[in-house]
Design a protein around this ligand. Structure first.
Ligand code: PEP
Ligand code: MN
Length: 337
């Protein structure tokens, strides 16, 4: 840890801090410059976390050296984590496509999509049963009925299923039907929910909040791992920026950055990441090229009649064409599909 004192700070002010550092068993460093005094603390700076040096009147800036997250960090585990959803492994050399409708609507709808997803090479079926909607008047999902239809369609087509859980009290119920639990963007900082899925025996797809920094995303994942669940995938799903030509700005920098900083698999959601039908395919290909471990794509038999996210869902045949192109990109970057 580096502590920069304000101009005019006295040696006494520095000594008080240095004594605290020493008391906690770290090595204190005193570095007087021409204009400022800089202090250092060598050792495990987490032992200093409750000392609030930044609240000392003579302290200008405190710069931690270690990251604030630990279990999710590559410093803690250098090799890639593999996450298993049903019998599908994510985070290895194979790129995984998850696909399905935004919301489960009817038995016929989800069966049709499940069949198309499996046929096109998709490995995991998605579909929302509990929907977090911006408007309270919008379709809220079929709930339990949706879970039943999703699980059945998955079984009928040999696909494990992923669905969102929006309430910590529902984690047990959703886990009975789903092979993986999705934490939606709006709930990335719902810490009770994160703790609850941390205690569940199911892998978790954690979506980045629309205004969350990557450090906040990694700390949210840290909540889940610290409860004992290491089966976590991160999902870049677009963030809110000044650009309003599309619904969200898909931050592909985040994918490359996260792959450096964490051992957890990184998934891209080009559907919510753009919110624009015609942008989904190109951004899916970009996700593959930039090094994501997979994508999650919304597919609906009749997007124009969809009860949610009609504007961004692909028709089954469009998804099939996309997976063909995806194979070409993946071959070019040395990945399998
Ligand atoms: C979804 O996957 O349908 C969804 C609501 O996504 P997000 O949480 O990223 O908005
Ligand atoms: Mn959606």
């Amino acid at each position: 840890m580096i502590i920069v004192l304000k101009p005019g700070a006295t040696k006494e002010a520095a000594d008080e801090i240095l004594a605290q550092i020493e008391q906690r068993g770290l090595k204190p460093l005193y570095m007087p410059g021409v204009e400022r005094i800089v202090l250092g603390a060598l050792g495990d700076e987490r032992k200093l976390s409750d000392l609030n040096f930044n609240a000392y009147p003579m302290v200008d800036e405190v710069k931690p050296i270690l990251t604030s997250y630990k279990l999710v960090s590559r410093d803690f585990q250098s090799h890639d984590s593999l996450v298993k959803v049903g019998n599908v492994e994510i985070g290895g050399s194979t790129f995984i496509a998850m696909a399905g409708p935004c919301s489960v609507e009817t038995e016929q709808q989800i069966e049709l999509v499940a069949e198309a997803v499996a046929k096109a090479g998709g490995k995991i079926l998605r579909g929302g049963a509990f929907k977090p909607r911006t408007s309270p008047y919008a379709f809220q999902g079929l709930g339990l009925k949706g879970l039943e239809l999703l699980a059945k369609a998955g079984k009928n087509n040999g696909l494990p299923v992923i669905t969102e859980v929006i309430d910590s009290h529902d984690v047990g119920l959703v886990a009975e039907y789903a092979d993986a639990l999705q934490i939606g963007a709006r709930n990335m900082q719902n810490y009770q929910l994160l703790k609850a899925v941390g205690q569940a025996q199911r892998p978790v797809l954690l979506k980045r909040g629309p205004s969350a920094t990557l450090e906040e995303l990694l700390l949210a994942a840290e909540y889940i791992l610290s409860e004992g669940n290491q089966q976590v995938m991160l999902c870049e799903r677009g963030i809110r920026t000044y650009e309003n030509a599309y619904r969200n700005t898909l931050d592909l920098n985040a994918v490359a950055y996260l792959k450096l900083k964490t051992h957890l698999p990184v998934i891209v959601d080009p559907s919510h990441g753009t919110g624009v039908h015609d942008l989904v395919a190109p951004l899916t290909l970009a996700a593959a090229a930039v090094g994501a471990d997979g994508v999650i794509v919304e597919v609906h038999p009749e997007p124009k009649n969809a009860l949610s996210d009609a504007q961004q869902q692909l028709r089954p045949e469009e998804f099939a064409r996309l997976t063909q192109k995806l194979q070409q990109v993946l071959t070019a970057v040395g990945r399998e599909f």
